[in-house]
Ligand binder design. Structure first.
Ligand code: NAP
Length: 306
């Protein structure tokens, strides 16, 4: 029987592990299908406080992991396939393993959607990014593309225009999902050029770093190439909440709903990080929410000693 099982080993899960381990709760962390979460897919992180020269994403995550292990956090590989939260102790199923626990912290994260092109994943950190706030600064003075037609794409295009020499906003339709105000703002930005309706057929990367994109007109099939150094994929995120659907309250996009910090609709089950946050999505906010979930779990266990 565990005191607390933490589902997910990104920034939120590991911060929850540090706090619950230091509270002597001997947390069990289940790594999930992307151990280390989105930070492990990033290169240089320059906006996490405390690192004046920046730090590599995988190194930051490894440090957090070691920090939690130093206080007794235990780790198991495997993704959670199912949970039984109907009564305490809760049951967490990961493959063939079943874990019984007095409390649960869900920190399963969200995955940025990718275009599904060959070699795309390997280009993350080599010109391809899913986070303008994280990586925009590295592309000062260079031409870039943003792919997508929602609010994220508009916001990222505007944000990136601070650094980039030119931002091509590539969208597969002439109509946009984004709100009018966001579209108007991007259209008024002289550095942003709308390229629609175009589909990205190929990311050009002869030396394993982005040098351009090959586009196809969605209606005529006409091909076009643009030389650029960065491509920001902004086609949405998917919260990793499938195992919790129907068991924890979620919004229409599948994000778990939190109340008063990290509480869910099930007492004893707490939530942290990007699986409950489609707004801020930063390493530091995920870490902060992991801390909140740990403190809430600790308080819950103190009050429910059964
Ligand atoms: P979104 O609204 O779901 O938009 C995703 C966009 O990506 C759509 O334009 C979609 O095209 C396109 N897309 C999806 N899959 C694609 C694929 N495989 N290839 C090419 N294009 C693809 O996602 P989001 O922009 O991340 O926004 C998510 C939520 O956060 C929204 O509710 C949004 O309003 C909110 N948000 C708000 C703000 C703000 O207010 N400041 C900022 C960011 C996000 P189609 O339209 O053709 O399907």
């Amino acid at each position: 029987m565990h005191n607390v099982v933490i589902i997910g080993s990104g920034c939120a899960g590991l911060t929850a592990a540090i706090y619950t381990a230091r509270a002597n709760l001997k947390p069990l962390v289940l790594d999930g299908h992307e151990p280390g979460g989105q930070l492990s897919l990033t290169t240089h992180v320059e906006n996490y406080p405390g690192f004046p020269d920046g730090i590599m994403g995988p190194e930051l995550i490894e440090n957090m992991r070691k920090q939690s292990q130093r206080f007794g956090a235990e780790f198991k590989a495997g993704a959670v396939t199912e949970v039984d939260l109907t009564k305490r102790p809760f049951k967490v199923f990961a493959g063939k393993e079943t874990y019984e626990t007095r409390s649960v912290i869900v920190a399963a994260g969200a995955s940025a959607r990718l275009l599904g092109l060959p070699g795309e994943k390997e280009l993350i950190g080599r010109g391809l990014s899913t986070c303008a706030t994280c990586d925009g600064y590295f592309f000062r003075g260079q031409p870039l593309a943003v792919v997508g037609g929602g609010d994220s794409a508009m916001e990222e295009a505007n944000f990136l225009s601070r650094y980039a020499s030119r931002v091509y906003l590539i969208h597969r339709r002439n109509e946009f999902r984004a709100s009018k105000i966001m579209i108007d703002r991007a259209r008024a930005n002289e550095k942003v050029e709308f390229v629609t309706p175009y589909v990205v057929d190929e990311i050009l990367s002869p030396e394993k770093a982005v040098t351009g994109i090959r586009l196809r007109h969605a209606k005529t099939g006409e091909k076009r190439e643009i030389a650029l150094h960065g491509i920001f994929v902004a086609i949405g995120h998917t919260p990793n909440s499938v195992a919790f659907r129907g068991k924890l309250e979620t919004d229409e996009n599948g994000y778990i709903i939190q109340r008063h910090g990290s509480l869910t609709n099930v007492p004893g089950v707490f939530v942290a990080g990007d699986v409950q946050d489609h707004r801020y999505r930063q390493a530091v906010t995920a870490a902060g929410s992991g801390c909140m979930a740990a403190l809430d779990a600790e308080k819950f266990l103190e009050e429910h000693k059964d």
